[in-house]
Design a protein around this ligand. Structure first.
Ligand code: SF4
Length: 352
C-alpha cells in the first residue's frame, strides 16, 4: 500500500509519498500521520533563502576528485584510494560506483597496484609503507596541507617543540603529527593550551589544521603566546583560504537567517565548523548530507533560511536543497558573495 499526500501550496502542489507494508502496523500509521502533519505545518509559507558564497567545493577538493576521475578514465577500475578522497558521502559513493575502491589501510591494496592518497595527506610512515609494498602512488594531498607538513619538518628540524592545533583522529592531523612525532604535541582547545608542557619554553612553534574555526584558533594561539612569548608560527595562516572564506560568507547570512542549513557530511571538519559558527552567532543550524535530511520542524517558523555547504560538498546538493525548499511554498533566493574565489591547483604529473 502506498500512502500519498498532496497538498496545495502557492504556485502549485507539494506532495509526500511513502510505501507502507500491507497492512501497516498502527505504530507505523501513527508515525506516518505525524510526519505528514509536520510537513503540512511547514508547507505553504513564503520563504527566502540566503545563499552564502563562496560555498561547496574548494580547489583542493576539486583537484583530489579529478585525480581519481582521471585515473578511472585512463586505467579503468579498480583504482585504490587510501581513506575517503574527501570527506563527503556522496562524492565517495559516486566514485565507488565508477570503480574506485576506498581502503583504510595500505595492507588492503594489492602489491604493486596504484593507490591514491586523499586530500588530507599522509604521514611519512604511510609513504614508507607504500614504498615497501611497491605501490604506485598518486598523491592527491591538497597543496595547502603539504605546506603545513613542510612547516612541521622545518620547525622540528630547528629544534622546536611543535604545538599542532587541531582535532585528534582527523586524518589531516594524523598525517601532520607523523612528520615529527617525537617533537609534536596536539593542542585541541584553549584548556589544552593552558596546560601543555614543553621541554624548552623558548623553543616552541605552532601549526594548525587547515579547517579550524578562525576565532577559536586565534584564542588558542593567544593563550600559547601568553605562555610562550617566543612562540613562532607559520608565515601565512595554516587555516586555508577556503575555510576562511566559507566562514566569512556564513557570517554574512547567519545574522539575518531564522535557521541555517549546512550541506556537508558529519566527518567534514570545515562543514562542522560552519554549524558551530552559526550556533555561536545565535542562529539555529543543522548539518545535512542532502535534502532528505531536512526536518520539517526546523522550517515551520522560519521565513529566512540561510544555506551554505562545506568545501567537500558538491554544488548540486545545494541546488537540490533549494528545489526541495521550493516544494514547500513560494521561495526567493538571494545570494550574498563575500569574496570571489579563483584559486586553482595544478594536477599531479601522473594524471595530467
Ligand atoms: S579545505 Fe582547504 S586545505 Fe582542505 S582541500 Fe580545501 S583548500 Fe585544501
Amino acid at each position: 500500500m502506498a500512502l500519498r499526500t498532496v497538498f496545495p501550496v502557492a504556485g502549485g502542489e507539494a506532495g509526500l509519498g511513502l510505501a507502507l507494508p500491507n497492512p501497516p502496523s498502527p505504530e507505523l500509521t501513527a508515525a506516518v500521520c505525524a510526519a505528514g502533519a509536520a510537513w503540512l505545518a511547514a508547507a505553504g509559507r513564503a520563504r527566502k533563502v540566503l545563499l552564502a558564497s563562496p560555498r561547496s567545493f574548494c580547489a583542493g577538493v576539486e583537484r583530489a576528485i579529478e585525480v581519481v576521475e582521471r585515473l578511472l578514465d585512463q586505467r579503468g577500475g579498480p583504482v585504490y584510494v587510501r581513506k575517503q578522497i574527501v570527506h563527503n558521502r556522496h562524492v565517495v559513493a559516486g566514485l565507488e560506483a565508477r570503480g574506485a575502491v576506498f581502503v583504510d589501510e595500505l595492507s588492503q591494496v594489492p602489491r604493486e597496484a596504484t593507490v591514491v592518497f586523499s586530500a588530507h595527506g599522509v604521514s611519512p610512515a604511510v609513504r614508507a609503507e607504500a614504498k615497501r609494498r611497491r605501490l604506485a602512488v598518486v598523491d592527491a594531498t591538497c597543496p595547502l596541507v603539504t605546506k603545513v607538513h613542510a612547516e612541521a619538518q622545518r620547525f622540528a628540524a630547528r629544534g622546536d617543540t611543535v604545538l599542532l592545533i587541531g582535532h585528534a583522529g582527523h586524518e589531516e592531523v594524523e598525517g601532520t603529527l607523523g612528520e615529527a612525532p617525537a617533537r609534536t604535541v596536539l593542542v585541541q582547545s584553549v584548556e589544552d593550551a593552558r596546560r601543555v608542557r614543553v621541554p624548552d619554553p623558548s623553543r616552541v612553534s605552532y601549526l594548525t589544521q587547515t579547517t579550524l574555526r578562525v576565532e577559536e584558533t586565534a584564542e588558542v594561539v593567544a593563550v600559547l603566546r601568553d605562555r610562550f612569548p617566543k612562540l613562532r608560527g607559520p608565515a601565512t595562516d595554516d587555516i586555508c583560504y577556503a575555510t576562511t572564506n566559507r566562514q566569512d560568507a556564513l557570517r554574512s547570512v547567519a545574522a539575518d537567517a531564522d535557521v541555517l542549513l549546512v550541506v556537508g557530511s558529519a566527518n567534514s571538519s570545515n562543514s562542522v565548523r560552519l554549524v558551530e559558527l552559526a550556533r555561536r552567532q545565535g542562529t539555529p543550524a543543522h548539518l545535512i548530507d542532502d535534502a532528505h535530511d531536512i526536518r520539517p520542524s526546523w522550517l515551520a517558523e522560519a521565513n529566512v533560511i540561510g544555506l551554505t555547504a562545506g568545501a567537500s560538498a558538491p554544488p548540486r546538493l545545494v541546488e537540490e536543497v533549494i528545489a526541495a525548499l521550493g516544494g514547500l511554498g513560494p521561495l526567493t533566493v538571494e545570494e550574498r558573495e563575500t569574496t570571489h574565489e579563483t584559486t586553482h591547483f595544478t594536477l599531479p604529473l601522473a594524471v595530467r
